[in-house]
Design a protein around this ligand. Structure first.
Ligand SMILES: [Zn+2]
Length: 462
């Protein structure tokens, strides 16, 4: 039995792990590399032997876990993709959106002639997306499914985004010995705004565990308090608060926090406008599965996450009109890092007025417009226009869909497991190393950090 770490090893994007059991090959996740251009160039590499992969087990819909599946289809994969129903529903909207972005990127590269390839082609199109979506087979949580004579899988709730799961594989090796592997995918935590905490781990021989926050801790100050304070500052001067937000997960968190702030009269009852077609679709998926399996009981009791003054707008005309509407008002729009989407126009029309404010609510990597604002730059270039940053810039850094190392350590401890080996992936090298030392010293489990391309032969080494 073999494991190969073909992505998200030494980095946090491009998740993909190959498992070979008795000559059958499977993949856990097939995600897109994001961030630095040397990482992104890996997205173009073909998967040799894609047609020999029997199935993909998909932990969740985030693009760094699912975003290369259309390329896998293009490379010849025709097996099944197993995921939860919500993961499939989110993949439908996220992969379609991803194809649109790749198409725009290629068109832009051709117009500006900056690509080495003539003509520049998109990484994939809606054609590959439609084809790969037809390979999905949805599964229920905690229901074991037999994939072959040698392999059974079970999905468990991971508390990270809707539909997110960690996956247990029960495999029989050539000598017919049973071995159990658990792939964590991304794991949430107890402080998540809307989602229930992750299920406890089941017993396993090998745990393949994410380590995104292996060296960092999230602030424990409630996000509602911080958001309320910033919103009040902007709204009291009749300004417009613009919240650039990620469509899946973060936008629903923000909408609900604003609802609570208005209901508790902690902020004035002002119009709240969501202007992002993708976020609107993500809200629809959220509404569809508004049930007790994944969402916290208090939220279910409330019956909705929407503030009374909430409007979702769709057309370009409405979006343009919104840019001219007077405050006080809250606008939520994508993208969360101000790298594209309708939020660009809202920022362009509001950033030079000191009464307005921009509230960042997620991680802002180097090189993004969000990071430029966070770093306190006084000039922002958008669409070749130089804009003076007169609006207030605020940052709510207490929201994260990932558990930090303290969350993960207590999750493992509460689960009372006894793995033979923990293999860490999905982390920057420093985070993974720190987390390895911590697991070994606090829990006493043998732990190793997977490097890119590393193979583990589980028959002979352990
Ligand atoms: Zn994720």
């Amino acid at each position: 039995m073999n494991l190969r770490f073909s992505g998200a090893a030494g980095s946090v994007t491009g998740s993909k792990t190959v498992i070979e059991v008795d000559k059958e090959k499977y993949l856990v996740d097939y995600g897109l590399y994001q961030g630095a251009s040397e990482d992104r160039s890996r997205n173009w590499a073909s998967f040799h032997g894609a047609s020999e992969i029997s199935a993909v087990f998909l932990t969740h819909a985030h693009i760094d876990h699912s975003g290369l599946l259309p390329r896998l289809w293009k490379d010849g994969f025709r097996g099944k993709i197993y995921s939860t129903r919500e993961t499939f529903n989110l993949c439908r909207i996220l992969l379609a959106d991803s194809a649109m972005i790749h198409d725009e990127d290629a068109r832009h590269a051709n117009e500006k002639q900056y690509s080495r390839h003539k003509p520049a082609l998109p990484l994939y199109t809606s054609y590959e997306v439609e084809n790969v979506l037809s390979l999905f087979e949805t599964v229920d949580f905690e229901k074991e499914i037999r994939i072959s004579e040698k392999v059974s899988i079970t999905f468990f709730w991971a508390g990270h985004i809707l539909g997110s799961s960690f996956i247990r594989l029960r495999c029989h090796d050539e000598q017919d010995n049973e071995k159990t592997l658990v792939f964590s995918g991304d794991i949430g935590h107890k402080r998540n705004i809307l989602l229930k905490e992750p299920s406890l781990l089941c017993q396993m021989d090998y745990l393949i565990l994410e380590s995104t926050y292996g060296k960092k801790l999230h602030s424990r100050i409630p996000a509602k308090e911080v958001l309320g304070m910033y919103l009040n500052t902007i709204l009291k001067r009749s300004g417009v608060a613009i919240i650039p937000s990620f469509s899946v997960g973060r936008t629903q968190d923000i909408i609900y926090l604003i609802r609570e702030l208005i209901d508790e009269k902690q902020i004035p009852e002002v119009p709240v406008v969501l202007d992002s077609p993708l976020s609107k679709k993500a809200n629809a998926v959220f509404n569809e599965c508004f049930c007790a399996d994944q969402i916290k009981d208090d939220i279910i009791k409330d019956g909705t996450i929407y503030p009374v003054t909430m409007q979702e707008i769709e057309s370009v005309k409405e979006s343009k009109q919104l840019s001219e509407t007077q405050g006080p008002m809250i606008i939520i729009s994508a993208s969360g890092m101000i790298e594209g989407g309708r939020v660009i126009n809202h920022i362009k029309s509001r950033i030079e007025d000191k009464n307005n404010g921009i509230i960042l609510v997620g991680y802002q990597p180097e090189g993004t417009k969000g990071r430029i604002l966070l770093d306190g730059e006084k000039i922002l270039r958008l669409h070749k226009e130089e804009l003076r940053v007169n609006a207030s810039i605020f940052n709510v850094n207490t929201l994260s869909a990932h558990g930090d190392y303290l969350d993960l350590i207590s999750w493992i401890r509460d689960s009372k497991i006894n793995p033979k080996l923990i293999i860490l992936n999905h982390g920057e090298p420093e985070d993974s190393r720190h987390f390895k030392d911590l697991i070994e010293s606090q829990l006493g489990f043998k732990t190793t950090v997977a490097s890119f391309g590393e193979e583990f032969n589980l028959d002979h080494i352990y």
